[in-house]
Design a protein. Sequence first.
Length: 298
Amino acid sequence: MINSILASSVSIMPKWFIKLFSKSYIAGHEPKEVINIVKNLNAQGFSTTIDILGEHIKSQEKTYSITKEYTQLYSDIAKNSVDSNISVKPTHIGLDISMGLALENFKKLIEKASENCNFLRIDMESSKNTDSTFEIYKDLFKTYPKVGVVLQAYLKRSIADIEMLAGPGFNARICKGIYKEDKNIAYQNPEDINKNFLEIAKIMLAKNSYVCYATHDLQLIDDIISLTKNMDADPSKFEFQVLYGVPMKGKLKNLLKSGYKVRVYVPYGPDWYEYSLRRLKENPNIAGYVIKNLFAKK
Ligand SMILES: Cc1cc2nc3c(=O)[nH]c(=O)nc-3n(C[C@H](O)[C@H](O)[C@H](O)COP(=O)(O)OP(=O)(O)OC[C@H]3O[C@@H](n4cnc5c(N)ncnc54)[C@H](O)[C@@H]3O)c2cc1C
């Protein structure tokens, strides 16, 4: 209830407040700033994935310039010898305009990733884009194997999707899902979502795929560890992923100490304001986290 009130009033929240929120979650505005943060995370033992903030771009020219910025990032990663790959939202590089444009831009990224022997993650957006995103993935995977997609545990269709996609060489991030989806297609109850998360993980492990567990849910992380142990999964075939800046109560250091791989998703870019507003409006729970974290830090 409080979260909903907060979320519905984000449009009138002062910019300084949104900036306060975004500061701990966003790694600056320039590539130089994000590379420095990545170096620091690498020094602490974390791998990273970099995302340029933005989505739903409606101008073809703009999608070309964003694609160029992403290709430059692959060069910066190589030049600085940092441990990072890249995560890209399809509507950031053209999917809202046409499938053809999105594919054209993704193919430029694949070419650059391949030149640098790096990996490309295609983020998953709302359910309107699920089918097109899998199509893009399948097309790219035919020419370059170091590409991966995302499965959202709140979507009821995800089990069927994973049954179809999983196999050796398949790499997916599993997350709960951030968008507001209808109850006909998405589980709303946290227990159902977590159950589905573990079920997807089980299928991927059984089919020898590479699994990325993206969650801050401490109990779910423990359940994942139990599952991997029960299934005798090789720790080199999975990793944990978290968003930059989310407090984890020492869990990440413990995961590293236990020998698990942990990757931090690091977003940056000048579009921090619009991004933060959209996130706050889309998911009222985030408003709650923000307030909780702001006070927790004091
Ligand atoms: C690496 C990564 C990549 C992702 N990629 C996608 C994607 O491609 N598509 C997509 O739909 N979603 C994506 N997500 C978001 C994901 O779907 C969830 O919405 C989000 O992670 C919150 O779910 P949770 O698993 O952390 O569990 P929750 O039960 O929501 O949260 C567990 C606890 O973590 C804390 N927490 C969670 N999120 C935050 C936050 N943002 N700020 C502060 N505290 C927080 C809260 O204290 C909460 O109690 C990604 C998440 C991660 C970690």
